[in-house]
Design a protein around this ligand. Sequence first.
Ligand code: 1HN
Length: 351
Amino acid sequence: MAQPSPANEQRALLDDLYTQMAPRHLFPLWESLAMLVPPQPASPAVVHKWSYREAREYLMRAGDLITAKQAERRVLILENPGLAGQSAITPSLYAGLQLILPSEVAPAHRHSQSALRFVMEGQGAFTAVDGERATMGPYDLVLTPGGQWHDHGNGSQAPMIWLDGLDIPTVRHFDATFAEHYPQDQFPQSAPAGDNRYRYGRNLRPFRGRSSDRRPAHQPLFHYPYAEWRESLAALARAEAPDAHLGHALEFRNPGDGGAIMPTISAQVRLIPDGFQTRPRRTTDGTIFVVVEGNGTATVEDRRITLIEKDILVVPSWHAASFEASGDLVLFGYSDKTCHEKLNLYREEDL
Ligand code: 1HN
């Protein structure tokens, strides 16, 4: 029998070392270094599209079986197929579809996680943030920033469904979750409905500043109505040619600091004119898109995905994506871009 080669011998001795170390929770970096530090992002998340029509059927069935109060929040989690069991749509973000039926309430609570709501259907239900109601309609963006009491109620005659976007995986990553229930279903009303928009939403702020601010200085505005952001996109489309890689694009802004809507979540809207095809672009932030208007096709790396109104598409980090519109294609998106920027990790590449 031939002598084992030195390489084989080394392998056997190393394997023996690993076996003996493992019970002491010690592992060799050199076996996993390339996987831990890849040359470019290699997301465990995958591209995926959820059909709203399909998801809605399951959500309405859940509505027959459990009340909003019983559930606390009646939500179907949109879980990325590459992140099974993690309740995550990207490694840093969560997405869910929440149903609130006429006359239901979702009781007041607060937690470290920041949340956005993007209304998919219904008109006239509300989210209250620290006791101030935002009356919501289709494609409104409403924020419940971390640490603020929030409850929902539906006094309208029709179901309301919205997409919840939260930073649950990010806060979990930092081991920083606190949560509390309010002793009553609703936090006491503290201001007239819509107050935040009048005080902070029109490039205005209270004259006396801090002492008369009724909202936290870092998070004054929490309602961005569809009519307003859509009008801005339309004006942009009249004013200039679409950007080759983005179409017409705007980012939602926090008037408190001029930055992203919340510390961990950025949000954007885009209009890709009928017949236009954007050039591929990749970014380090993983983005969740909602189709607001129009039809089209998304091309993500080598996959072509047809899009119809209300479809939800996740594009993970560093996946080249482009969009082709048939009829003006209007998209809402949210991502962890602001985290990347703060951590000096953000990169984008126009291809
Ligand atoms: C939450 O507070 C809401 O307030 C929705 O509507 C979904 C998912 C996980 C943790 C908190 C809401 C949530 C959530």
